[in-house]
Design a protein around this ligand. Sequence first.
Ligand SMILES: Nc1nc2c(ncn2[C@@H]2O[C@H](COP(=O)(O)OP(=O)(O)O)[C@@H](O)[C@H]2O)c(=O)[nH]1
Ligand SMILES: [Mg+2]
Length: 455
Amino acid sequence: MIPSLDDTICSLATPPGVGGIGVIRVSGPQAFAVTDAVTKRPRDVSSASYAGHTLHRADVLAHDGSVIDDVLLAIFHAPRSYTGENVVEISAHGGPVPLRRILSRLLTSGARLAQPGEFTQRAYLNGKMDLAQAEAVGDIIAARTDEALTLARSQQSGRLSAEVAEIRHLILRLMALIEASIDFSEDVGELDMELCEREIREAQSRIVRLLATADRGILVREGLKMVLAGRPNVGKSSLLNALLRVSRAIVTPIPGTTRDTLEESVNIRGIPVRAVDTAGVRDTDDLVEKLGVERSLESLRGADFVLLVLDAVTGETEEDRSLRAQLGETPHLIVWNKCDIQMPEDSGADAVCVSAFTGAGIEALEETIAGRVLAGGVTDTASAGAIISHSRHRRALEDAQSRLDDALVTLSNQMPADFISIDVRGALMSLGEVTGETATEDIIHEIFSRFCIGK
Ligand SMILES: Nc1nc2c(ncn2[C@@H]2O[C@H](COP(=O)(O)OP(=O)(O)O)[C@@H](O)[C@H]2O)c(=O)[nH]1
Ligand SMILES: [Mg+2]
């Protein structure tokens, strides 16, 4: 259920813990009254009388009148605030104790604790932003590469929303045409089938253009899980360190050193990659190593992409071949390591030769990985056009597309205009899910519950 907009909500907006300052946000009809109830301001002026977008000193008082902390109040009057409501942002000293005490004072003075994402949800419900823009707020915070940030900013600025709005507009015009032919057939005559088909195809070609951006957009936003697999001692941990450009995983000449899986974020050509170093897969009697091997096989199953690391010095062994067979359909790349000592006798097609030791071939490896995971769908996310970066948006557009396909079939079967109208209306509904015009409460709840508290 969507929580009531009548409540005044508050929560810590900065991460819990220690910082120079910590910010508590208060939003809702009673934001100023609640703030006044817990603070002492110079000359006892009500915070509601401060001009919007100004800062004011105040003391937050405990029940007994003692000062908890001296703070700055940032004042925002509805509708000129993040949520579109009256908002006070209290900047306090960034320690857990003052922040907890200020928050608990606000909670006993008429505000309730905000739910995850509730501030942004209110911004959406109050028309400050549409659903795609609200999702982009979460993306900006979660961005782990520059490219992911650029993408999120573009969506937040409304670029995707504008493109979807234009497509909806096209379809609305078509709807009007169809409805008129149903309601006023004596005046406007029969439905112009050719015009109808042209309009549908125009809308479809724009949806196709948007969908073409989805592979890269979703990848850049969500990132991917890449597992480094191979026998012990082929250099998996060294390769992870080379990709990270720092020494993170423990490397030793002793086979079986890595006993647990280790996950690190690496940036590969703008794609946030969660790289998982695994215990080498081999038959072993050591219990701990055995568990590590099991875990490796398990993480292989959850991998979006696998680097199968082979040792160029020893060449491909029986164990390597059996591991490769286990990968099955999982997209993978053969990486010959230790090429500083010796090049592989027969590297095979599509393999990459590197030295984790000297760094040779690492950039080419990154290039190959990026090319592979983007297979064909390479669109530059920094380009000016709208880009799809959420699977939810892709699904909605695909639904719209198939409803328009239905409309074309209905049209070619010379069915009555009512039937075409149903298909076209379905497409309109699907498109509206992207920006929120037709999003259900469930969709909205699902989106905002994934936000953190305070956003
Ligand atoms: N010469 C050379 N030695 C390497 C290279 N990569 C790893 N090694 C060595 O191979 C051994 C095993 O490396 P490690 O990364 O622990 O392998 P893992 O068991 O697959 O994780 C260590 O002694 C590394 O120094 C490489 O590219 N060239
Ligand atoms: Mg290792």
